[in-house]
Design a binder for this molecule. Structure first.
Ligand code: SAM
Length: 310
């Protein structure tokens, strides 16, 4: 009885709000919707921070070659990577300074029990900061960084091209592998680079489907860096191809653009959080950085853990 009264009251309130809202200018309604979405994202962040506070002790013991113990940092007030010095590079890129430092810092936790893989390198800026970190780590000696990218130029890349290279901007649909190889020539001996695609379609741009889909015939993967778009299709493709090579409680998966789902208004092609939530039984949030889009997940065995990322 009480619940049916409550149900009817709620319906009346909703109808009244709708009646008023429909008479307001649409810009005000859009603003209100965006504010509500921002508030939701804020509350969602708080939940992840609280969850991180509760589960810190369950992180398997992992240390960097510098002797630093791996801990959980979810929008933490102190982030250890921000102290990290970086050697300047002129390679064009899309990462924030904090993200570059994060790539260099996390490379210190590589133990040499598997490979390091990067998917989505563009012109090689992330590759270069990653190699900087890996080369400092003695455990990387004798290993290579495996880089995969479709190397097909999308229109959205034009605005990231620095002015001194603009005259060399490829046409949409053309390969830019030669530019990647040129920019990374200095440390090419540490790379194993291949042109592969993750899905037929990304952000409305068709990938050339003569490019083979991502496959992995190597051994276990210890460190994985993903920066290649947010659709479920793309993320499921790398997950399907690589999961058999992940090491439970050891493989770290760094998703550079994970936090893009927080954009307001919400971009419909970003499914990064849906993807990690769908695999929450295997992906455990370790790091969510403050200045950038990175989140890092620990791969756990399917039955080992169930914790939604928010
Ligand atoms: C955001 S950019 C990477 C930026 C780079 N990490 C940096 O530091 O500047 C995304 C990259 O993913 C690649 N990519 C996007 N969609 C892809 C797909 N479906 N298959 C293969 N590569 C793709 C693009 O070619 C591009 O190089």
């Amino acid at each position: 009885m009480l619940s049916s009264v409550r149900y009817r009251l709620r319906g009346m309130v909703r109808n009244s709000v709708r009646w008023i809202a429909r008479r307001l200018p649409s810009s005000i309604v859009t603003q209100a919707a965006n504010s509500l979405l921002s508030s939701y994202n804020f509350a969602d962040e708080l939940q992840r921070m609280q969850q991180a506070d509760r589960v810190t002790t369950q992180i398997p013991e992992m240390s960097s070659f510098r002797g630093e113990r791996l801990q959980q940092y979810v929008l933490a007030s102190i982030e250890p990577w921000t102290r990290f010095p970086l050697t300047p590079t002129t390679i064009p890129g899309m990462l924030t300074r904090a993200e570059e430092k994060y790539y260099t810092w996390i490379a210190g936790f590589y133990e040499g029990v598997g490979d390091v893989v990067e998917i989505g390198a563009w012109l090689g800026r992330s590759t270069s900061v990653l190699v900087q970190g890996l080369l400092k780590n003695p455990k990387f000696s004798g290993h290579k960084l495996h880089v995969f990218d479709g190397f097909t130029w999308f229109e959205t890349m034009n605005k990231w091209m620095p002015s001194d290279m603009r005259s060399r901007t490829p046409q949409v649909g053309e390969s830019f592998e030669h530019l990647f190889r040129e920019q990374t020539a200095e440390f090419a001996e540490h790379l194993d680079c291949r042109r592969m695609r993750l899905a037929a379609n990304f952000g409305g741009c068709l990938c050339d489907d003569t490019i083979p889909e991502l496959t992995w015939s190597g051994g276990p993967i210890e460190l994985l860096f993903i920066d290649c778009g947010g659709t479920l299709d793309v993320n499921e493709t790398w997950f399907r191809a690589l999961e058999k090579s992940f090491i439970p409680n050891r493989t770290l998966i760094v998703m550079q653009d994970w936090q893009n789902f927080k954009s307001v208004p919400y971009p419909c092609w970003v499914h990064t959080k849906q993807f990690t939530d769908l695999h929450a039984d295997r992906l455990r949030l370790l790091h969510e950085i403050k200045e950038g889009g990175i989140a890092c997940f620990l791969y756990t065995s399917p039955a080992g853990h169930r914790q939604p990322t928010g």
